[in-house]
Design a protein around this ligand. Sequence first.
Ligand SMILES: [Zn+2]
Length: 182
Amino acid sequence: MRQLIRDLLTHVGEDPDREGLVKTPERIEKSLQFLTSGYRADVDELLNGALFTVDYSEMVIVKDIDFYSLCEHHLLPFFGKCHVAYIPRTRVIGLSKVPRIVDVFSRRLQVQERLTNEIAETIREKIDPLGVGVIMEGTHLCMAMRGVAKQNSVTVTSAMLGTFRSDARTRAEFLQLVQRRS
Ligand SMILES: [Zn+2]
């Protein structure tokens, strides 16, 4: 990977041997390994011992989870907030594990729509809740930094499964809880 990054530096018109860039290939390699570590993560291992049976059937919501990902079209960051909610059937996920699930799928090359769906589908698969909803609000540097169309727009995506899809009141409750600023 380091040789490729050296070549890349040359291609953009740089001198990879100048002082400030000598260690850049090594740094980018490490950085990219971390930013794509989601490919090598095991969700089952992550959730091992963190799934609990409960007698609780109200909405569980974890909101304002920070996420950082890389867009697969430009390898530029997109980042923002993720809000996750579900209504348990019999099982819940340890609350600290929800942001970890978001990390596993964020640390890959992504598009925001797929990222949103993968988080929702994983929760459905692992605890079979009555419903699950995921909303993501992301700023995309590939839009903000490039070309003439500089903008501060935020891209919002959502995935609604089960009762979050079929029941408008459940969906409305989720949206209301997300919009309430703490
Ligand atoms: Zn992009």
